[in-house]
Design a binder for this molecule. Structure first.
Ligand SMILES: Cc1ncc(COP(=O)(O)O)c(C=O)c1O
Length: 358
């Protein structure tokens, strides 16, 4: 497309600063250079193959997904190998997984229950496919995962007995990644990683040493990426770096995603712009401008109340760029990124996996 000015865009819309995206990808790639572990970036953040292929080109060992819908988008773009860091439960979903395998897609899924392995094995037998799986370990987040090394070993053996390719383990220290206190984050993450590694050791003792030990998020990549025995990190948010993560890891990665809005009402002490909960989420706190001079006091369906020292000079029709506190759930509401470089819109990338929550 011919370059255009940001002010020619209709609002509210997402802007993606390409230089910052490339910088974040390069910074993460540089961290992993020469390390035993690699980065398998989580696709839940960018949701566009345009970012995933750049991450792979920079040395990522594969891509992580949470949902089959995300895996299908990657498969259509011929990107992978894919690790689904989540369970595939029930006939409808297992059929979709088998279809991906029949297409020759390199995908490994997580399991944590015998019953799930039985149905996975049944689907494999029915379709003639050979799925690959890792076992999810609960490292203290208490979301999914096995509780004891003995349970993990039993599941690994069951995978092998069922003709499913056993590949290793995953854990996710999600209870640690966003802790703003670095020492507390490190101690919680370390405890979690320690648990995952005891499961890996138990597997090694029975001759089933894991090929994959996949853990980590943006808040813990540096701890997890150096942890002995860990083979890969599933960080996702670093690539766009939202407002909440900036408070956890200031300066490491740059904020690349903003929502461009237009001021539609000006008052003494506050203004209102045209973005509300239908285009911007606030579950990790209220959005703000990058320099913090404009803050959002509240969001209703289609409006944001703007306050702070930056609102004083605002006039009707002015543009305000807001950094979402949580990028992933905000971008999930949109269909395209308006890609910018040096303040000019140079491209439009469809967010192909937006709302692919099935
Ligand atoms: C299983 C799993 N792995 C990794 C991540 C990493 O995410 P982030 O980079 O946002 O910390 C998440 C986040 O939700 C996750 O659920």
């Amino acid at each position: 497309m011919a370059p255009m000015h940001v002010n020619d865009l209709d609002t509210p819309c997402l802007l993606l600063d390409l230089e910052r995206v490339e910088g974040n990808i390069a910074a993460m790639a540089a961290f992993f250079e020469g390390k035993a572990a690699g980065i398998r970036p989580h696709f839940k953040t960018p949701k566009t193959p345009e970012v995933a292929w750049r991450q792979l080109a920079a040395g990522a060992v594969g891509i992580t997904v949470a949902k089959l819908g995300e895996a299908e988008v990657l498969a259509d773009a011929r990107l992978g190998p894919i690790l689904m860091a989540n369970q595939v439960v029930g006939r409808v979903k297992l059929d979709r997984l088998m279809t991906l395998l029949a297409r020759g897609v390199d995908i490994t899924v997580a399991v944590e229950a015998e019953e799930n392995i039985w149905e996975l094995a049944e689907a494999a037998k029915r379709t003639g496919q050979t799925p690959a799986a890792i076992i999810e370990v609960d490292g203290g987040m208490h979301r999914c995962g096995t509780a004891t090394p003995a349970e993990t070993v039993r599941l690994a053996q069951l995978l092998e007995e069922s003709g499913i390719r056993y590949r290793g383990l995953m854990g996710y220290e999600g209870h640690a990644v966003l802790l703003p206190d670095a020492a507390e984050r490190e101690s919680k993450a370390s405890a979690s990683l320690g648990i995952v590694i005891t499961h890996a050791e138990a597997l090694a003792e029975v001759g089933m040493a894991p090929e994959i030990v996949s853990v980590g998020g943006t808040g813990t990549f540096a701890i997890a990426g150096e942890w002995p025995g860990v083979t890969e990190i599933q960080a996702g948010s670093y690539v766009f770096m939202d407002g909440r993560y900036q408070t956890v890891l200031p300066g490491k990665f740059r904020c690349a995603l903003t929502l461009l809005t237009t001021v539609i009402s000006v008052h003494e002490g506050y203004a209102v712009c045209d973005a509300g909960l239908k285009s911007l989420t606030g579950e990790f706190g209220m959005p703000a401008s990058e320099d913090g001079r404009i803050k959002v006091r509240g969001l209703s369906e289609e409006h944001a109340h703007l306050v702070g020292e930056g609102v004083a000079g605002l006039r009707l029709g002015d543009r305000v760029q807001l950094v979402p506190s949580h990028g992933d759930t905000t971008l999930n509401l949109h269909d395209v990124y308006h890609v910018t470089r040096d303040g000019e819109v140079i491209d439009e990338w469809p967010i192909l996996a937006a709302r692919k929550f099935k």
